[in-house]
Design a protein around this ligand. Structure first.
Ligand code: ATP
Ligand code: MG
Length: 337
């Protein structure tokens, strides 16, 4: 086996304002990974966002908001490569090549498409269906060995591995790595505040179901106060969260925000009613999020500076991506590049 440089790639779509799940399941961990031996590459995946309708008048602002979220949370554009996907055309090109490697049967198993398409699958864009091949391209264009994601993206990283394995097998090469998903910690699936069986999403219907990174303190307090729960107080032990998805979700959020284990949170708040726990959770969320949202607002006051940062990142990204794409086309027998 080839030895691949330990390298992390991950991305976030500018499909709406950043929400708490994006922070706890993704950005917060991306920041920590800068302190490891991995090379870190983080992307605003705008080509994924347009798999559903995006108003062209709003997309640039959302792209900059995601970039500002990364920067405000502590992504250092010198230590990490930070860019937007559309600026590196190699992503779309490799995605096409992977469309010809991936199988229709694999795509048909993807639960995210089923969830997002709902009953209206026929009316969805072809891009929404082919999305996992673009995601595989995003990752493998950098020979990324590890991809930190939330639980909802596990299946797509597995598909990335399938594409890499089939490519290596069909062309008799050892060219693409077997990428590992990195899914660890208490908040890998932050749930919707109004329905504990659905994940929190940027593009979810109601604003009350999510905490946005740019929500002010009063809004955060109100959303937690109105969050759905059962009538029981917090249990005495973590096992007592069994079968209580809403209660578990709020405990997990508390744990992730405070860098505690859910067990330690339960030990501290055993037997507390929601009237006590929800305000404590809101205070904690405001304490952790306010410095980030303040910095995001400051950065968003100067969009040209964000654009310059992204452009510098795109140049660095292309320096890695272009030779890998070129080699891929050579392996496949495409000439003239
Ligand atoms: P959309 O609704 O448009 O799909 P999203 O909120 O799901 O938006 P994505 O851009 O699809 O955000 O995902 C960005 C990253 O955030 C991914 O790593 C994903 O796994 C993670 N993520 C998204 N939602 C959650 C969540 N509720 N809990 C934990 N991680 C999440
Ligand atoms: Mg999503």
């Amino acid at each position: 086996m080839t030895d691949f440089t330990p390298r992390i790639f991950s991305g976030i779509k500018p499909s709406g304002g950043l929400q708490l799940g994006n922070y706890l399941g993704a950005i917060k961990r991306f920041v920590q990974m800068q302190d490891t031996d991995f090379e870190t590459i983080y992307c605003v995946v705008d080509l994924h966002a347009i798999t559903v309708w995006q108003d062209p008048a709003e997309l640039p602002g959302m792209t900059r908001e995601v970039a500002a979220g990364y920067l405000a949370a502590g992504i250092d554009p010198e230590r990490s490569i930070l860019f937007n996907q559309a600026a590196v055309h190699e992503h779309a090109e490799l995605a096409w090549l992977f469309n010809c490697v991936a199988r229709v049967g694999w795509m048909n198993r993807m639960t995210q498409f089923k969830e997002k398409a709902g009953k209206n699958a026929e009316k969805q864009s072809l891009g929404l269906y082919a999305y996992p091949a673009l995601m595989a391209a995003d990752i493998l264009l950098y020979h990324a060995t590890h991809v930190p994601v939330g639980e909802d993206q596990k299946q797509h990283v597995e598909l990335t591995r399938d594409i890499a394995a089939k490519f290596n097998h069909d062309y008799k090469v050892d060219f693409f790595p077997e990428t590992q998903p990195v899914i660890e910690g208490p908040a890998m699936r932050v749930m919707n505040l109004r329905d504990g069986t659905k994940k929190m999403s940027k593009s979810g219907e109601s604003d009350m179901e999510r905490i946005n990174m740019l929500d002010d303190a009063d809004t955060i307090a109100k959303k937690f106060r109105k969050a759905r729960t059962d009538a029981e107080p917090l249990p005495e032990t973590a096992e007592g969260l069994e079968g209580r998805p809403e209660a578990r979700n709020l405990v997990d959020i508390y744990a992730a925000l405070s860098d505690m284990t859910p067990e330690a949170v339960i030990a501290e708040h055993a037997g507390a009613g929601w009237g006590a726990f929800k305000p404590a959770l809101a205070d904690l969320a405001v304490e952790k999020l306010a410095p980030i949202s303040g910095e995001m607002r400051r950065l968003l006051d100067d969009p040209a500076e964000i654009d310059r940062t992204l452009a510098r990142g795109a140049e660095r990204a292309r320096a890695i991506a272009a030779p890998i794409l070129k080699r891929t086309t050579e392996i496949m027998g495409l000439i003239g590049r």
